[in-house]
Each structure stands twice: as C-alpha cells, then as structure tokens.
Design a protein around this ligand. Sequence first.
Ligand code: ADP
Ligand code: MG
Length: 470
Amino acid sequence: MSNNNFNQNLKNISSENLDWSTIQKDMKNKFGSDIYESWLKKIEFVEEMNNYVLLSVSTRFIRDWITSRYLDQILQIVKNYKKDLTRIELKIIEKSSLDENKEQINNIKKTENISFIKDTYLQYNRIDPNKRFDNFVTGTSNKLAYEASLKVSENISHYNPLYIYGGVGMGKTHLLNSIGISLKEKNKVMFISAERFMYQFVKSIKSNDMVKFKEYFRNTDILIIDDIQFMNGKEAMQEEFFHTFNALLDKGSQIIISADRAPNKLSRIQDRIKSRFAGGLVVDIQKPDYELRSKIIKQKTEELNIFYSNQINISDEIQKFISLETTTSIRELVGAINRVVSFSRIYNKIPNLSEVKIVLKDLLNTGENKITIDLIQSIVCKFFKISKNEMLSSRRSRYLVRPRQIAIYLTKILTSKSLPEIGREFSNRDHTTIIHSVKTIEKLKENDQEMTNNINNLKNQILYNKPHEI
Ligand code: ADP
Ligand code: MG
C-alpha cells in the first residue's frame, strides 16, 4: 500500500469503531474457553480501515497457528459488526513493556466503562461447572484458602465473611466457583463480579428499580463477590453495599469475597466496609511453588487426556521445563499445558523440547522473571567461585573451562538467544565453540550425576533469580 493510500485510509476510519472486547467475548463463546485462553486472548487489536482490520500477536508461531486454524472464523465474527470487512491481517509485534503498559491502561478503562455490560442479574449468576473442589490442586501456597473454602461450603457461617486474596491467575475464582457449586443445591447462591454488582446498582437507580435490587441481593443465602478491588463506586453505592452486607450477615447468609489484595490495601473502599471484610476470615493465595506447579501439570494433562480420550504423554523433561518456566501464575501454567496438548493433538506427536520452546515462546521469561545472560553468568560464577572476568577471558584452565561451558549451556536452554548471539555475549566466541560447549555438557550430564545435580541446582537458582549461598 502506498503511503498516500495509507493516509487516506487512516482518515476514512469508520466512526463506528470496532469494540474489540465484544469480539473477544464472541470468540470465547465460539471456540470455547480453552482455545480462547490458549491462543486467541492475546490477539491485540491494532487498527481498522474501511474494509480491513489489523491485529497483532507476539510470535510467528502463534500467528501461523491462528491463521491456519481460526482466522476464517474470526473473520466471520468480525463481519457481524463490520459488514464491508474483507480482510483481517495478523502482524507480529514483539511485546515490549510499552505494550504491556498500554494493556494495563486499557484494562483499567474497560473496567471503568461499564456501559457495555447489559443483562439481568440472573444471566450473570453463572457458575462454571469445570471449576470444582475436586479438580483444585493444593500445595503450600493455596492450602489455607482451599481448606477455608471447603469449610465454608460444608458449614455455612463458620467463617463469615470469608475473604480470599492473591494475584492474578492464582485460583481465586476457581475456589469461589467451587463454593458456589457445592452450595447451590440447597441454597440461593448469587455469584457475581464486583464490576457487575456495581453496574446493576447504577442501572437500578437509573430505572427506579432500587427496591428490586435490594430485595434481590438481600434474599440470597450465599453472596459470592469476585474481584472486589473493582468496586469503586460513589458514596451512595458504597452505602447500599454496606447495608446489604450487614443485612446479609445479620440474617446469617454467608458472604465470600475475593480480591487482588488484603482488605486494608483496598484503595477506593470505605474504611468501615474494609473492616467488615477483615472481620471474618482473611486468607491469601501465594504464587505456586515448583512442587504445586508440577502437580498441576500432571493433573491437567490427565484431565485433557480424558477430555480428548487420547493418551498424550508429555515427557518428564518437558513437564519439568514447563514448571520451571511458568512461575508467575497458575493461569499461565494452564495456558501453557493447553498449548502443548493442542500441539500434540494437531501434529499427532509429542513435541520435543525445542518445539515446546517455540510453542510457548511468548509465555516464557516474561516480566519479573526475565532471564538474562548476565544473570546466568553471575549465578554460575558465584557457584564455581570464579570471577566474571575469568569466565569471559580466553584462558583455558580446566577450572574455568567447565563453568564457562555450563554457563553457555544454560544460556542455550534457558533463553531464546541464537548461537551467534550467545557467542557475542561470551567475549565474541565463535558459534561453533558455543555448539561444542552445549554438546559437551549434554554428554557429561548423561553419565555424571554430580554434573546433573549441579546443573539442576543452577537452573533452579536462575529461574528463581536468587543466587543463594551454596
Ligand atoms: P484468579 O481468579 O485468581 O485470577 P482463576 O481462579 O481464574 O484465578 O485461575 C486461573 C486458571 O487456573 C483457571 O483455569 C483455574 O481453573 C486454574 N487453577 C487455578 N488454581 C488451580 C489449582 N489449584 N488447581 C487447578 N487449577 C487451578
Ligand atoms: Mg478471578
């Protein structure tokens, strides 16, 4: 497209802008949440022209995957909103921190803009049958929250309210949902996100339906509110919430709340409400440790095997790789497993480690867990008690050669750097030297238990970014 044309097109952007969040919802409905979470959620909207929409994803692999499997149907979905659409293009844009900022800002905007949510209370009282106690895997980081939830579901008012908090993707909604499932047979359960609660509230004021709203919420036996940090309503709204809350507690209804932070850290909520939240039991969910991550990988793979009624054996090496690499949240971990399983179903083979790395490229080593060559070098140097100058020097003494080879090997397996790139970071060594180092260590690992132990130890230190004393 010539520049002129391009500018012309930019000017013609239709005034009726595409609402990407609506399209995302449609995609989720059409493809199901597994496929959506694993592949489609990360598609970003870039821009739209008269008959053309530009989207972006972060890796070539994902682009090709989506193009070959889903793009036609995505085109149909978008067409519902944009009749003269003829083409969708997927561009690869590596995710920079800039994009992440943009995404965060957009998310905040989305939650503040509630006008696109429309529907009745009941339609939002959706309990997901797939999130149950029996498929919630427990470990040190979530055991307390799990046990408290179980107690509440067996014996209402044991802890009231129950307040569960933790970061994104840690299993809060899963637990809240499990409570909902076990109590809904015998009780009137209302499971709603704080965002929708607010929306209903505002809507009922506008339509003079306050009485109905009050009745509805005050009649529930179990009120479950997800993501309370999004409750940022005006005084009147908080007032109503406070009264509903008290009325429910007075009549012995159970209240369960989740949030991304502790009650006292909620910024836009009145103090008296916060202290009500803190008046029952407050439990947190921490980041999953290695052991829990491995357990979840095993269980999810089994679930998917049953679901697809075929047997996919993800090798121990790959299971280990995934649990070492996806450390930030369980959501990310589950997404990674879904992708690997989809890959093996479609290609009818178990992916090997380098294929897994490609499939998961955009999930690995992001954000705070970023692995740099510098980090690897520092940790390896510390481990072998040599200096970085020695590691990077051209000296070939045996006590320097091994650590150097190990650092090179770890860089190869823990980062996505190419051989020439690794060579450059190790004082401009040739890429054949890099290959030789990697091969040497791979061989040694086969027969030398101490080498294997050292490598695993170093790998863990690097992945957790904590050079601890040895
Ligand atoms: P949150 O609400 O804390 O952001 P979710 O409850 O939505 O997180 O969890 C994200 C994903 O991870 C969901 O698919 C959920 O089923 C899964 N998940 C979270 N914790 C566990 C767990 N302990 N066992 C099994 N699956 C889990
Ligand atoms: Mg949630």
